[in-house]
Write a protein that binds this ligand. Sequence first.
Ligand SMILES: Cc1cc2nc3c(=O)[nH]c(=O)nc-3n(C[C@H](O)[C@H](O)[C@H](O)COP(=O)(O)OP(=O)(O)OC[C@H]3O[C@@H](n4cnc5c(N)ncnc54)[C@H](O)[C@@H]3O)c2cc1C
Length: 353
Amino acid sequence: MYDYIIVGQGIAGTMLAHFLDEKNKRFLIVDKKHEHAASLIAAGVINPITGRNFVKSWRIDEFIPFANNIYRILENKFDISILESRNIAMIFNSVNTENNWMVRSSNPELKKYISNDFQVDFYTKFMKNVKNGVEFKNGGRVKIKEIVLSYKKELKDKQKYLEEAFDYSELNIQQNNIAYKGIYSKRIIFAEGFQAIHNPFFNYLPFMPAKGDMLLVRINNHPGEKKIIKHGVFIINLEDDIYWIGSTYNREYKTLKPNSDNKLDLIKRLKRVIKSPFTVIKHLTAIRPTVRDRRPFIGKHPIFSNLYIFNGMGAKGATLAPYFAHQFIQHLEHNKIIDKEVDIKRYISYFNV
Ligand SMILES: Cc1cc2nc3c(=O)[nH]c(=O)nc-3n(C[C@H](O)[C@H](O)[C@H](O)COP(=O)(O)OP(=O)(O)OC[C@H]3O[C@@H](n4cnc5c(N)ncnc54)[C@H](O)[C@@H]3O)c2cc1C
């Protein structure tokens, strides 16, 4: 008998596995070869100040130190680099944006994230249309894909991994446990990312998935490789001369395949801002598990007390998954409270018996 089955091993399922492992719990992961997994293509940016209005990300002062600590633990565990602290440069694309920043910059709440490193001259050497901007510190990039794949290998080696599509019709819910194809577990947690829209137990929740296309490109002589640069698009060095360029944001998608118009759009946006030539190596797409109120979906099924969900990380899996996976496991194992703003109880009125 397992303590838990976890369905889905993106960053959400991986973080659950991490905290269950810490508690020596018996668990099994079920994942269908990371089909459409957003975690495998995400840039992994942790961005403390976001948007045209330069708003501090929700509860970021709590989430960043927690996430950083977990990522450092994983670096030691797997002996790989995971967390890259890098300044995030926002190049102003209009006078309006610059004015917004002028208004916001004196806000004491933002102070610890503002870096004094921004120099226009540095950027004009290799970028076009740079008049002014700002750099933020204490954020950076997390190598989400590397975490997921390292954990996958370990869990497979320890025979805690079932590589197949979870068949919901095979789930047999009993009073004190669940059974799935002859495998018994006390509880099951669903963490399928946007594909939870196909989960008959939790598809009553208001998911609003958003498709995102990105490009991997090769850029020669790009001196900004130590920074994460947002100038219309994000330009993020991955390794050597390979850069992550993205992304698009589309709620009205019709297919799960990369969209050639989006590719052209990203190429156009990149050409508009960088001086060097570049070559596109790959065009990838995935769906973000975004939700109506932009807060995770965490908690127990309204009727079946051994069915749970851990989802809704939206566009911020790197920032949110460590903190809330920890909180959720504390809840499951020690009856600690789940924050009201993420508990799916807030959508109980959507559930039709
Ligand atoms: C283009 C793009 C850029 C992004 N950039 C960032 C960023 O910079 N920073 C950031 O924090 N976030 C970013 N995100 C968002 C981030 O990717 C998500 O928040 C995060 O990856 C969600 O993780 P997840 O584990 O919930 O879902 P996923 O990563 O989608 O994983 C779900 C897993 O469940 C499995 N699964 C689903 N259904 C089943 C089933 N029935 N049976 C078995 N297995 C199943 C899938 O195979 C998959 O492996 C980006 C997303 C996109 C698309």
